[in-house]
Design a protein around this ligand. Structure first.
Ligand code: NAD
Length: 269
């Protein structure tokens, strides 16, 4: 099959630059363009130089409309507001889209779901193979253990991350809640401070650490009387997310409209 002509929105960001490096090394893909936020210092810079690669002869743009008309697929790791706008453009241009951005509110998520009626969208809070296996394991373990095993979810990320808990931590919470056949909203304990009272039976607790350059660490703890099970995933490089995102876009190339997850891409659904 011909190389897929792929564009990267937010190409000057931490994930954007990693995506450019992964795409440049993948014989199934060609880098077709990149955009960043209007007014960003990156506008007009060569995409290759931006990613520490030889120059590609393509510069970072700021007009997403032209950009969506000129590519066969887009990978988006930007901000919730930008992702919402990009999903609408992907729907209009019938271009498959991979959404890695986290922290979307209900209105922004609804826009993604609307756009997915017109094109294939793969959305996952975490694109790594390991985390997607972890999600399946957590659901199974939560389903096997009773409420007397308290579930706590810990995550740590670099100091620049702006949303908390991480999208992955929330997805792990959803998986644990699904295993217990409850709604996460009804049992999530997301902020403990001061005199909180005893732990409510059945709660799923979240704890958040921020610091340094941590790419992403998650642990799900099942704490019972006299024993504790801990399932942990540590990403040591952002490359795993970028490789997963590119794999998802190549998979989405021949799909009809719909909202898919990494479980679909990896055949775990
Ligand atoms: P970042 O801040 O380094 O990069 C975001 C980039 O998007 C910036 O360059 C910014 O200028 C750009 N941007 C903002 N508005 C834009 C617009 N309207 N058009 C084009 N570009 C725009 O952040 P990051 O660390 O790369 O993370 C980005 C997002 O991806 C976050 O939500 C993060 O949580 C998420 N993330 C997801 C995964 C995953 O596997 N799904 C992995 C890592 C990060």
């Amino acid at each position: 099959m011909d190389e897929m002509r792929i564009g990267v929105t937010g190409c000057a960001g931490r994930m954007g630059r990693m995506l450019l490096r992964v795409l440049a090394a993948d014989p199934a893909c060609t880098i077709a363009g990149g955009t960043d936020a209007p007014g960003s210092d990156a506008i007009g810079r060569d995409l290759g130089s931006l990613a520490g690669l030889p120059p590609l002869g393509i510069v970072v743009g700021e007009d997403p409309v032209d950009f969506f008309a000129s590519v066969e697929g887009v990978v988006d790791f930007t901000t919730p507001a930008a992702t919402m706008a990009h999903s609408e453009l992907a729907a209009q241009a019938r271009v498959p889209l991979v959404v890695g951005t986290t922290g979307l509110d209900a209105r922004q998520q609804a826009a993604i779901e609307r756009a997915a009626r017109h094109t294939a969208i793969v959305q996952a809070a975490n694109m790594s193979l390991g985390v997607n296996l972890l999600l399946a394991l957590v659901e199974r373990v939560a389903g096997s253990l009773g409420d007397d095993y308290d579930i706590e979810i810990l995550e740590m990320h670099h100091r620049h991350k702006v949303d908390a808990p991480s999208g992955t931590a929330l997805a792990l919470g959803e998986a644990a809640a699904a295993g217990r056949a409850v709604a996460l909203d009804a049992v999530a304990a997301r902020g403990r401070d001061g005199i909180t009272g005893e732990r409510r039976p059945g709660d799923i607790g979240f704890a958040v650490l921020r610091g340094g350059d941590v790419a992403g660490e998650h642990a799900v703890v099942f704490a019972g009387e006299g024993e504790r099970i801990e399932l942990t995933h540590k990403a040591t490089s952002r490359e795993v997310f970028a490789r997963g995102a590119v794999r998802a876009l190549l998979w989405a190339r021949d799909r009809g409209p719909g909202l898919y997850g990494m479980r679909d891409v990896l055949g775990l659904a």
